[in-house]
Design a protein around this ligand. Structure first.
Ligand code: C2G
Length: 151
């Protein structure tokens, strides 16, 4: 029985998150996912759209996930690895080398990310949808002006 653990925010859950979790499960038999709390994310300078309780519930209901725990500090990883008898710590390559200190306690694996999708990118896209009425009126004004200059 091989136990795998990972950590993440999983905000606006997308295909990149799903493919990572499925690849993680294929490394072992039991997959534990530590989902970052809103308070911990503030410490990371990360503002999430979906609150912790909902992000944890979504991850908990992903078929390949066996256990969800809260991630509340950077220091908890060594404690978690020992507490849950973890064999493999794995995370996306955007964290390459950052958790090598865990090699003393378990295997450490960095997995390729899914290209072309990220929560940050989704947030940017959402922002463009939320253009205010004032901004639209402003844009019209400028267009009218251009039109009159062209006539
Ligand atoms: N990911 C991926 N492909 C993407 C986007 C994300 O494989 N297109 C992976 C990331 O590499 C990470 C996981 O999905 O392993 C979760 O990503 P985030 O929610 O952005 O997690 P992050 O905020 O980086 O939290 O203590 C470590 C931190 O909690 C990691």
């Amino acid at each position: 029985m091989k136990t795998v653990i990972t950590y993440g925010t999983f905000d606006l859950f997308h295909i990149g998150h799903l493919r990572l979790l499925k690849r993680l499960k294929s490394l072992g038999d039991k997959l534990i996912v530590a989902v970052s709390t809103d308070e911990f994310n503030e410490g990371k300078g990360k503002k999430t759209i979906i609150p912790y309780a909902q992000r944890a519930e979504i991850v908990e209901n992903i078929g390949c996930v066996d256990l969800v725990i809260p991630e509340t500090s950077w220091e908890q990883k060594i404690v978690d690895v020992q507490k849950y008898n973890v064999d493999i710590f794995a995370i996306g390559e955007d964290w390459f080398g950052k958790f090598d200190f865990l090699k003393e306690y378990c295997d450490v694996v960095y997995l390729e990310r899914t290209q072309g999708i990220s929560s940050t990118q989704l947030k940017q896209t959402l922002k463009t949808f939320s253009i205010s009425k004032e901004e639209i009126f402003k844009a019209f004004e400028i267009l009218e002006q251009l039109k009159s200059e062209l006539e």
